[in-house]
Design a protein around this ligand. Sequence first.
Ligand SMILES: NC(=O)c1ccc[n+]([C@@H]2O[C@H](COP(=O)([O-])OP(=O)(O)OC[C@H]3O[C@@H](n4cnc5c(N)ncnc54)[C@H](OP(=O)(O)O)[C@@H]3O)[C@@H](O)[C@H]2O)c1
Length: 256
Amino acid sequence: MADMFSLDGKIAVVIGGAGSIGGAVALGLAQQGAKVSIASRNLERLEASKKKIQEETGAEVALFQVDMNDEQSVIHLAEQVLSEFNTVDILINAHGANTKSPAEEFTAEKWDALFDLNVRGIMFACREFGKIMIKNKKGKIVILSSVRGSRATLWGGNLGYCSSKGAVDMFTKALASEWAQYNINVNAVAPSLVAKPETWATRTPEQIEKYLANIPLKRVADPKETAGIFAFLASPASDFITGQVIYLDGGLSAVA
Ligand SMILES: NC(=O)c1ccc[n+]([C@@H]2O[C@H](COP(=O)([O-])OP(=O)(O)OC[C@H]3O[C@@H](n4cnc5c(N)ncnc54)[C@H](OP(=O)(O)O)[C@@H]3O)[C@@H](O)[C@H]2O)c1
């Protein structure tokens, strides 16, 4: 039973692996035995994430610079990982952002930049790392979506974000269906608000009330709480799960 959750020796790439969620996920995969590479733009943040993972697990961590808005940069990332490790078993897309704008003021530039990062960048990464997984006839892809891919907010500004995450949810299902023939599992994780306790403590009572209104567990997730579901979806324990959007939302999607 314990082996079903092991990632021993698996080659994993976490894009956005210096982010709040991506960093926790990369650490979780390393704790389960994976050889983890983390990638994003800012080298200093990558170095800090690498140091934390190495200190906590003793595992070696590789880091690569990538700009997910740039197709060539993503292609280069896959080439670098292949040249260093010869293969890839697990791809985590944990990068992303929210560009808020009132719907009536959304510019083409803002809209395109958001979709380039949150949707197109994921397509590039899956395409490039997927080529390796197709050759291997196996692979695990986990994509960070959001509960906002299927539930809008009661407050404004999130038209672009919600739309991009809705696209991510459907991307996950379509890719899972297309690549099932290659034994590649594709799933998404959809959190509600994730915040470090120190960040959450700076919120006003009004903000807290707003965010927790429709969360049955009446709290937000700590980034550390995101790692488990990613490790599960990367492990043999989830071999028959594909095309799913798993809600990590304190019950929000059960009631809203
Ligand atoms: N936090 C939440 O409450 C929450 C809830 C639901 C869903 N999500 C989703 O989770 C994802 C990450 O959230 P987070 O809270 O972990 O945010 P975060 O701490 O800001 O991390 C975002 C990560 O994405 C990377 N990134 C941004 N632009 C990039 C680019 N052009 N190329 C490569 N990497 C890029 C960042 O690294 P660099 O800046 O160094 O490139 C960073 O590692 C987002 O998709 C978000 O929508 C978050």
